[in-house]
Structure formats: C-alpha cells, structure tokens
Design a binder for this molecule. Structure first.
Ligand code: ATP
Ligand code: MG
Length: 425
C-alpha cells in the first residue's frame, strides 16, 4: 500500500476499524449500566414469558446510552426468544414483532412530529413496499383504523419503540391509543407494548394524565456518566477501533476528562473525540495520538457543535444573526437595536422572499432569545437622568460570521451579500 501516491492517503493509519466509532454502531457489551440494565430487563421479562408486555418511559441527557442499551436489549430478547421457541411446540411459541420508530425522522419544518405522521410511519413499516400509504391524504381516524388492522394481522406481542419521543410534542393521541388499543377493543389477537425514549424529562409533564398513567408505567432514568465510566467505555471502544500503538492510557483519560467537562458525561462526545483525535494524529503523520491532537480535535468538535446549534434556529433568528454578523464584520458593533433592525430588514429583502420583515418590536423578541441562547450579547447603555437608555448588540465571543455562514450552508440557504451603506444613520 505504501507505494500508492494519493492525496487521500496519510503516511500513517491509526484506525483499524472505523465502523466501531460510527454513530449507529451497537456495542456488543454495555458497560457501567448495571442498574439500568436490571430495571430494563424486568420490563422485557413478561414478553419472554409470553405474558402481556409492559410499557416504559426512558429518559436521560444526550449520549448516555438510551438508544444503545435499548438496541442491545432488543437483540438479546429476540435472540433468547428464538432459542426458547426452538424448544417449544409450534402452538406454544411466542411471537414478537419489535418495531423501532425514530420520531425525529418524521419531523416537519417546525421540528415537531404529529401522532398522525408516526402512525403512518408504523403502518408503512408493517406493509410491503408497493402497498405503503401516503403521508398525507387520509383522515386521521382512517390512519388509526389502518394501523389497527395491520397490528391485528400479527400474532403475540408487538413492541413499539418510539425513540426521540419528545419530538411528538404537538399531540399525544398515538401515545394514548397504542398502549390501550386492546382495552379499547381495537385489537383482538395481539398485545402492544410501548417504550418511549426521551432526552427531555420535561416532555413527561406535557403528557395528559391518562397517557402518563399508561406510558410511564415504569420509568427508567439514565444518569450521566462520570469521567471514570467514560474512560471504561472508551477503552473498550479503542481496543476494537485503533491499532495498539496508536493510543495510550493518557489518550483515554484526556478524552474522557474533556467529554465529562464539556459535554456533561456524554459517551457520544467521548467517542467522537477519540475518533477525531485519531484523524488529527493521522493528518499530522503521528504514529500515536498526542495531547495536542486531542485538544485540536476538541476544538474542531466545539466548532461543529456551535454551527449545528445555529443551524437549528428558525429562519427569522438566522436572518437576525446574519445581520449582526455583517455589522460585526464591518466594525459597526455593538449596534443599537434600530441599526440591527435596518440591517435585518436588508437581509430579508436581499432574499427577496416576498416576506415582510418583522417590526422592530417583533425582531427584538427573537433577538432576546438569541441572547438567552448565548449567540448575542446585549449591552445596556444608561446615561442617567436625561441621558437616555438604550441597548446595543454584538455577536458573543463564541460566534463569528464564518460560523453563521456555515450554518446557512448547512440549512441549504444561499449566502448573499448585504449592503450596509447608511444602516447606522
Ligand atoms: N454503557 C455503554 N457502553 C458502551 N457504549 C455506550 C454506552 N453508553 C453509550 N454508549 C455509546 O455512546 C454513544 C451514544 O449513546 P446513545 O446513542 O445510546 O445515547 P442516547 O442516550 O440515545 O442519546 P440521545 O438522547 O442523544 O439520543 C453510542 O455510540 C453508544 O454506543
Ligand atoms: Mg438516542
């Protein structure tokens, strides 16, 4: 391989198996989660025994293993049931259909999902391609009827896992109906169990009491990992993913310490940091990951995180950020609210979207949110009695116009020049 001369090649390779560091890789062992695993096992036990399934609500911060543990346990359950069924006569065998639904995949422009869309998603998961239904064009009750028909055509237990369930914030019809579908008399031959997964505990509060009662029959909390636990998870991943000489104990402890400090104990962040560190070391032709590579990798990830969280903002807020970004670049910040408003109105008209810009008051409301999120800093100028009082705004230290530009590109929005002549007058 060494003699191949390509711009894509590095002098050294540190990563032995990159798939192990991928986002959707399911680890073959779950570490540091004994308490959670034992609670969760009790939830699945009735299914294994052929009894009515339980419902459960799982919650915890991002990157603490909710999805990974659920995938792992689902595999174990399916595997063990298969073994058990081999020993049983056909008539006593236990049927299980487990459906994994990520509610995030059905979100629309406002970042939320409706029960209707998820119901369509479940139907289509159960149907053959060619026989799938359209995401629009049915009355909601018709979709539920089709859903019950499809479910009732199955046997035994249907386990419906709703990951990122907090995206379903607009209505909880589905969460009400699914766990009760049998009691309500919609289903004869199957029993439905629902697992809801959320990284937003407050989501639970938005549920109606009836839904809370059934869905949150069992609640399992996933606590954040501490630095030692992150190190254990990372060591296991590194052994599979990296060549032995590529890292040291120090690599593991520094990555874990940084992920603990900066991402409140997220294993996802720790694993991403390890992968990026290996890449940085490769780019620098280093045979081993050194602390400066890890620091560089950490900065790269932070940069990406900020760009991502800007890109998550709605169109008005992005327009306001672009306005302040251009003012900043032109040395016109901190700028008074009316200057920001003029620049913002020019952004809106540059995109010629046929839309009216918000009034200064309306814009100010969005601007206050941007301050709250830490994107913008507002300075309160007070010249005392008679001197007047006003606000001035600028980008926060974490933000640059370059990051805003990348966020626009991530949202597939063009980056147009803005004419700032006369805005500050
Ligand atoms: N206990 C663990 N043992 C091994 N790997 C783990 C463990 N916990 C998490 N991971 C790994 O960390 C990463 C993030 O975990 P996961 O996707 O399960 O987080 P999550 O809690 O579902 O987060 P989110 O709320 O953002 O969806 C995954 O790559 C997962 O494999
Ligand atoms: Mg998850």
């Amino acid at each position: 391989m060494d003699d191949v001369d390509s711009i894509f090649a590095d002098d050294v390779d540190l990563i032995k198996d990159a798939t192990v560091l991928e986002e959707d890789y399911t680890p073959d062992q779950i570490l540091c989660r004994d308490e959670v695993l034992s609670q969760y096992t009790s939830v699945f036990k009735p299914i294994y025994k052929g009894r009515p399934p339980q419902n459960a609500f799982l919650y915890g911060d991002t990157g603490v293993g909710k999805t990974a543990v659920t995938k792992y346990l689902r595999q174990v359950l399916e595997h063990d049931l298969e073994e058990k069924n081999e020993q049983l006569p056909a008539s006593d065998q236990i049927d299980l259909t487990a459906l994994w639904i990520n509610c995030e995949n059905f979100t629309s422009g406002d970042h939320t999902t409706s029960s209707y869309q998820v119901a369509v998603g479940i139907v289509n998961r159960l149907r053959e391609s060619g026989n799938r239904i359209n995401a629009t064009g049915y009355a909601p009750q018709d979709v539920y009827d089709i859903l019950y028909e499809e479910l009732d055509a199955l046997e035994g237990t249907v386990l419906i896992i709703l990951d990122e369930i907090d995206k379903l914030e607009s209505d909880d019809t589905l969460l009400y109906e699914l766990p009760r579908s049998r009691d309500i008399g919609y289903l004869d031959s199957v029993r439905v169990g629902v697992i809801g997964i959320s990284n937003d505990y407050t989501f639970r509060k938005t549920l109606s009491p009836k839904v809370k009662d059934s869905l949150c029959e069992t609640e399992i909390k996933f606590p954040a990992y501490d630095a030692d636990e992150l190190a254990m998870i990372l060591r296991d991943r590194a052994e599979q993913a990296l060549y032995e000489e590529a890292y040291t104990q120090e690599t593991i402890s520094l990555c874990s310490a940084l992920a603990y400090k900066e991402a409140s104990g997220s294993a996802r962040r720790a694993i991403r940091l390890l992968r990026r560190s290996a890449e940085v070391a490769e780019e620098n032709s280093s045979e081993q990951i050194e602390p400066p590579h890890i620091r560089q990798a950490d900065e790269d990830l932070e940069y990406g995180n900020i760009v991502e969280s800007i890109a998550d903002q709605d169109e008005e807020k992005l327009n306001i950020l672009k306005a302040i970004g251009h003012l900043d670049e032109a040395g016109l910040t901190p700028a008074r609210t009316r200057t920001v408003h003029t620049a913002y109105a020019r952004v809106v008209s540059a995109y010629n979207s046929g839309k009216q810009p918000l009034t200064q008051r309306g814009m100010f409301n969005h601007l206050s949110k941007l301050v709250m999120f830490g994107f913008v800093r507002t300075i309160d100028r007070n010249k005392g009695a008679g001197g007047g009082q006003w606000n001035e705004h600028e980008l926060s230290d974490d933000l640059t116009i370059q990051k805003i530009r990348e966020a626009f590109e991530e949202c597939d929005r063009q980056w147009l020049p803005i004419d700032l002549r006369g805005v500050a007058e």
